[in-house]
Design a protein around this ligand. Structure first.
Ligand code: GAR
Length: 217
């Protein structure tokens, strides 16, 4: 049985599209049963509909600071679609600790940095300012703290001297589109084990690849 997944978005939804695409494969262990946006103008909504995925909009703005009231409506939609796992894809709204605890171990987020470095806004610009030579993307379980939680998968890219936040973001985004479907595959197939704050992958021999940056000529 495929696990039933909701993707929550606020914007263009390119990670959502990558997940929808991956889930079309017959052997993928999850199906995307609904895409929910907290903004009616999210570009990803049309993209989901084009792919035949049901969509819902629950505008968060009218709820103001009443996060719990927003989450009550959200939970009702999740229940209606019998959702088992949630993937956040550029979902720009914080949750209450209660909602996060309810979904702990079943809600993933993706962030465009190698966490725990550079959580929060403009992580690519943060990376450039700090001068790191390698950055990347992280898929992690959601905990009440923003852009933190047990790490399921990371992918790395080199940082070039002439990178701008935009060029770095574009390279990281390519990695995001690869690791998010892979991380969901692992979670949905029951291979992700939580050992306290650390995730381990059942039967994973791991890759021994190295990435060195810059290269000395
Ligand atoms: C992605 O780069 C994602 O990693 C980031 O928002 C973008 C959404 O793009 N998320 C965060 O920064 C979370 N803190 P998308 O709508 O095209 O997937």
């Amino acid at each position: 049985m495929k696990r039933r997944v909701a993707i929550l978005i606020s914007g263009r939804g390119s990670n959502m599209a990558a997940l929808i695409q991956a889930a079309k494969a017959k052997d993928f262990p999850a199906e995307i049963v609904v895409v929910i946006s907290n903004r009616a103008d999210a570009g990803g909504l049309a993209l989901a509909a084009q792919n035949g995925v049901p969509t819902a909009t629950i505008e968060s703005k009218p709820f103001g600071k009443d996060r719990a009231a927003f989450e009550t409506v959200l939970q009702t939609a999740l229940d209606q679609h019998r959702v088992e796992l949630i993937c956040l894809g550029g979902f720009m709204r914080l949750f209450t600790a209660g909602f996060v605890q309810r979904w702990y171990g079943r809600m993933l987020n993706i962030h465009p940095s190698l966490l725990p470095s550079f959580p929060g806004l403009e992580p690519q610009a943060q990376a450039l300012r700090s001068g790191v030579k390698i950055s990347g993307a992280t898929v992690h379980f959601v905990i009440p703290e923003t852009d933190a939680g047990p790490i399921v998968m990371q992918g790395a890219v080199t940082v070039q001297d002439d990178d701008t936040p935009e060029t770095l973001a574009a390279r990281i985004l390519e990695i995001e589109h690869r690791i998010y479907p892979d991380a969901l595959r692992l979670l949905a197939s029951g291979h992700v084990m939580l050992d306290g704050e650390v995730c381990k992958i059942a039967g994973n021999a791991g890759s021994r690849d190295t990435l060195i940056s810059p290269v000395a000529n």
